[in-house]
Design a binder for this molecule. Sequence first.
Ligand code: 13P
Length: 287
Amino acid sequence: MLVNAKEMLQKAREGKYAVGQFNINNLEWTKAILLTAEEMRSPVILGVSEGAGKYMTGFGTVAAMVKAMMEELKITVPVALHLDHGTYEGCYKCIKAGFSSIMFDGSHFPIEENVEKTKELVHVTENLGLSLEAEVGSIGGEEDGVVGMGECADPDECKRIADLGVTMLAAGIGNIHGKYPKNWPGLSFETLEAVKAKVGDMPLVLHGGTGIPEDMIKKAISLGVAKINVNTECQLSFAEATREYIEAGKDQQGKGYDPRKLLAPGTEAIKATVREKIELFGSANKA
Ligand code: 13P
């Protein structure tokens, strides 16, 4: 059964570990992440961007697939199905489709508008028992057409949004979606500490989990980060394993072209990446 992300994130914050949000793109992704979380007895959040939702033919398809797959695979660990970087309209579509958690990304709006729309969604999600993530200070890089400059969040604005009663808050601390450039200065722990001082016990979300050095991940967790988003790293692992398979000519041997065989190394590679992250984030055996 899907759950919202409230309890798992509160426990993570108290226990000083983080729950991974792994973005899904298709059936193989979903299966790999669910099986790994179950194997490791870890709570998990399946992230769905609006682009990925569209690719999978709509949020209704995604919710139906995830629910049925959890039943067929007998998944018993807590799983939240979460809209990633939702628009105002996208949030309502996912609520209707049966997601258990949503993110409203109002970071590109002037703060008054972000506050107003987030406030409305706090009421709606609270009444339905869903969790809500809000964002202040955009995340750098590009993800599914959403472009951010990687600014650091204003701690006072974070407090205004946190006080509305959101479940979790994504505050920009110099993090970037996709691969980090060579000259990336690293996470701004100064900003994270300042945000934490203003928002208290609110679970904080670190986007752009791909490629952040381990010591920075651990420090971020120690300073209040309870949810870490990973997308690109699974894509890179999948692509590399698939390329190796094809370059070795395995798709031409026997029935190696069968999609169940062709996609298997990539699926295994996603599992390995998810396993590595769950270990690093400390959420194994916390289900
Ligand atoms: P990466 O693609 O950099 O891992 O970021 C994922 C993310 O933050 C999804 O919201």
